[in-house]
Design a protein around this ligand. Structure first.
Ligand code: COI
Length: 351
């Protein structure tokens, strides 16, 4: 039975134009605890509040920390929906398996998420392009300094009303192709949403920002093949084919990536998940066959890429403008999310 402790000091909601990404948090949060022997228990909704964990908690020392990103939308007719929540619950469970953590059962995650968005329903913005971003998170909380999987976990979900992830809004972004650092390696954590992957990305992303680029494009360990952007998966539109890097264990299996693959098939546009080298991208650019590049992600939605640069090249893609396919996919996905298009794939969960 889910306990609900209502927040009797609700906050003033920020105006939509102030939202940006991840700056504000709603009035409530969901939490549940795992202890060995008892299993998952103490599921509750409480006011949004600071956590109390011991300084010896495994998440703080050995990185047992995993998160998800999902969104709730207020549709044009006033209905509220969660977009593909089972996808995120499944991916959290897969990540937990890799990090030797114990994930809550899917029904518990879904119930907690649903009750939380119901109670914080007024926090779902009504403007197009804005939504309530949910951050389900799993951390090891056992206080023990030996290196082994924790025997106690906390699962919590917080909510943040958001607009565009990038400062550029929906305008094309500039991306730096990273040639020194890597995000992930075969056999590592790259396919999970472990906090550690984001820690690994910060230095290169910071340096790219200093150069005027919004993000970096990660390559494989040999700095030959394209992987992902870290905040999003990436698609390349060539003359006769759309390509996204194949999920090889070091790329995050994104939910919007999966939705885009489904939509491209529906549009009868040839799409391949395969290995793609930067050499191939550069040569397609030189011969005029590279038409568009865009990223996909829960936070990023569909983000057109207007420039790809490294110390060795500068590619201005589609004259730095949003391409027709990125626009079509953005309209299709957001059309389903905001309820203007029929949800033929059953992606929305009304609550
Ligand atoms: C998401 O798209 O949900 C992400 O997690 C990307 C980023 C905000 C970390």
């Amino acid at each position: 039975m889910l306990k609900i402790e209502k927040n009797n000091q609700p906050k003033v909601k920020p105006p939509v134009k102030e939202l940006g990404f991840g700056k504000y948090f709603s009035d409530h949060m969901f939490q549940a605890t795992f202890t060995l022997g008892e299993g998952w228990h103490s599921a509750k909704i409480t006011p949004y509040q600071a956590l109390q964990i011991e300084p010896g908690a495994s998440a703080l020392h050995y990185g047992q920390a995993l998160f998800e990103g999902m969104k709730a939308f207020r549709q044009t007719n006033g209905d509220c929906v969660l977009f593909r929540p089972e996808f995120n619950c499944r991916r959290l469970a897969d990540g937990a398996e890799r990090l030797c953590m114990v994930a809550p059962p899917q029904e518990l995650m879904l119930e907690g998420i649903r009750e939380l968005v119901k109670i914080d329903r007024d926090w779902i913005p009504s403007s197009r392009g804005a939504s309530l971003y949910l951050r389900p998170t799993l951390i090891g909380t056992e206080s023990f300094l030996g290196v082994r999987p924790a025997e106690e976990y906390l699962f919590f979900v917080i909510c943040s009303p958001v607009a565009s992830y990038y400062a550029e809004g929906t305008a094309p972004i500039k991306i730096w192709v990273e040639e020194t650092y890597i995000r992930a390696a075969p056999g590592g954590l790259g396919a999970t949403k472990a906090g550690a992957n984001y820690a690994a990305s910060l230095k290169a992303a910071y340096q790219a920002k200093q150069r005027g680029y919004a993000q970096v494009l990660w390559q494989d360990v040999g700095h030959e093949y394209v992987e992902e952007v870290g905040t999003m998966n990436v698609f390349f539109v060539f003359e006769n084919e759309v390509v996204t890097p194949k999920l090889d264990g070091s790329i995050l299996p994104g939910g919007v990536r999966d939705s885009v693959l489904t939509l491209l098939k529906k549009f009868n546009i040839p799409v391949n998940e395969r290995k793609l080298s930067m050499k191939e991208v550069c040569s397609a650019y030189e011969t005029g066959k590279l038409k568009e590049v865009f990223g996909t992600g829960t936070a990023a939605v569909i983000s057109p890429v207007g420039e790809l640069s490294s110390p060795h090249y500068k590619m201005v893609i589609n004259e730095g403008k949003t391409g027709p396919l990125a626009q079509r996919l953005y309209d299709a996905i957001t059309g389903i999310q905001y309820g203007d298009q029929p949800d033929t794939f059953g992606w929305n969960h009304k609550f």
